[in-house]
Design a protein around this ligand. Structure first.
Ligand code: DC
Length: 228
């Protein structure tokens, strides 16, 4: 009787958590450390939102948006510091505007759009491995992931970090406004009907409120070493 060895599945590390918690910094560093592919799922929703805006569609035009979602040629190449590329263009700046953020959260609340984007997100699971960041990576998109991390921090701390980041970039910022907008996004992400933000079962929850990014990376790599 011949025995066929089952190929080991390509490892996936998921990092979920609320807006502004530092998932992007952590996941890009992990992708570089392990030489894994990278998926910023927020950028997937943002890239689709940018296409919706470019075509002057409204979120209610679901069929058109679902069709657009079938044509998103996205990548996050390490040679471009894991920035978001659509075809041959780096679209990082376009997708981070307030208008694009607002459209992204509207379309992310629509189940047919989430379903259409599932296959695209799953296609990033390629050898030697994947590090991905988002809200539902460990719960919905990669429930079989070998490593699941839920990165959290208080709303106050996340607003403070964002404030510092903007001031350091020479951009004027209002702390109270940032705090309110982060709280509002939290509320939307945690309470929506489809794929709400929750820690996946078995996820390692890390509260980074009192930690530096280097401490978070150190704790995460220790955890991954024990899990992979
Ligand atoms: O993480 P971000 O701010 O780039 O995400 C942009 C929007 O997409 C935000 O409204 C949350 C949503 N999102 C989502 O619904 N599911 C994900 N896996 C990632 C992001």
């Amino acid at each position: 009787m011949s025995t066929t060895a089952k190929p080991a599945s390509v490892p996936v590390i998921t990092v979920d958590g609320p807006a502004g918690v530092g998932k992007g910094t952590l996941t890009k560093r992990l992708a570089a450390i392990y030489g894994f592919h990278y998926l910023d799922s927020g950028a997937v929703y943002r890239a689709l939102a940018s296409q919706v805006l470019a075509r002057s569609l409204v979120p209610e035009q679901l069929d058109e948006i679902v069709h657009l979602a079938t044509q998103l040629a996205l990548s996050f190449p390490p040679e471009h510091d894991y920035q978001t590329m659509l075809g041959n263009n780096i679209i990082e700046a376009d997708i981070r505007t307030e208008t694009c953020s607002a459209m992204a959260s509207k379309i992310a609340a629509q189940q047919p759009i989430r379903e259409q984007l599932l296959a695209l997100q799953k296609s990033f699971q390629r050898a030697p491995g994947l590090v991905c960041d988002g809200r539902d990576m460990g719960t919905v998109v990669f429930p079989q992931a070998q490593v699941k991390i839920f990165l959290d921090a208080s709303c106050q701390e996340r607003a403070q970090r964002r404030y510092k980041q903007l001031i350091d970039q020479g951009i004027s910022a209002n702390f109270a406004h940032l705090f309110d907008s982060i709280s509002a996004r939290d509320q939307l992400d945690r309470s929506r009907a489809h794929s709400p933000l929750v820690a996946a079962e078995g996820a390692w929850v890390i509260d980074s409120t009192e930690m530096t990014i280097e401490e978070v990376i150190g704790a995460a790599t220790d955890y991954i070493k024990r899990s992979l």
